[in-house]
Design a binder for this molecule. Structure first.
Ligand SMILES: [Zn+2]
Length: 201
């Protein structure tokens, strides 16, 4: 017991010295400036998060959506397939309504859809017959938009469908798929090129 007590007392002493040094440092101008800047940074970060939410909400509200089916879920109780859709332009995806605990960007979409009482996106939309992973759909659209910045929605839809058909119909090796994913700024291990991924999700 004596040895443990010694160890304990020694720790108290070490901490006392450190606390003394910390107190001295806190009084220095540089450290005070550091603390103040850290506080300001945190406040700005919170404002940034809140503004990001507003920016996304406005983006969703003002977008004339081009929709793909983003998720198919078979409802065993109702005996029907539920179809969620998402926009290849702004990324708004109704499948977030199927999530119990949406987080981050998903939470913003969730709140937007709930607030606007939207279960499907019926306004100003172009609906495709395409079933496609949302990440893939959005990077293809972004690529089209970067080559043709002034493209109209109807033409963009056609180009999107052609690009996706090419990706799906031309068989390539896994290595080339990886390179294609990198080119499109997707994860190199991206697997959701065709709709077979829905069978495993
Ligand atoms: Zn949209």
């Amino acid at each position: 017991m004596g040895k443990l007590r010694e160890e304990y007392d020694s720790l108290i002493e070490q901490r006392r010295k450190i606390i003394e040094q910390l107190t001295m440092l806190e009084e220095s101008e540089t450290v005070q400036q550091y603390i103040e800047l850290k506080k300001q940074n945190e406040e700005l970060y919170n404002q940034q998060l809140s503004l990001y939410r507003d920016v996304k909400m406005e983006e969703y509200a003002s977008c004339s959506h081009i929709l793909v089916c983003s998720k198919l879920v078979y409802d065993r109780y109702e005996g029907r397939t539920c179809e969620w859709c998402g926009c290849i332009k702004c990324g708004l995806d109704t499948s977030v309504l199927d999530s119990d605990y949406p987080l981050g960007l998903q939470k913003i979409m969730y709140d937007y859809l709930k607030k606007s009482h939207l279960h499907s996106l019926n306004i100003q939309e172009i609906k495709t017959d395409v079933i496609c992973d949302m990440d893939l759909a959005q990077v293809i659209y972004a690529k089209i938009k970067s080559v043709y910045p002034n493209i109209d929605d109807e033409t963009a839809r056609k180009y999107f469908e052609i690009a996706l058909d090419n990706i799906r119909n031309i068989k390539v090796s896994d290595e080339r798929k990886e390179n294609r994913a990198k080119r499109l700024s997707l994860d190199s291990k991206f697997k959701k090129w065709d709709i077979s991924y829905l069978l495993y999700s």
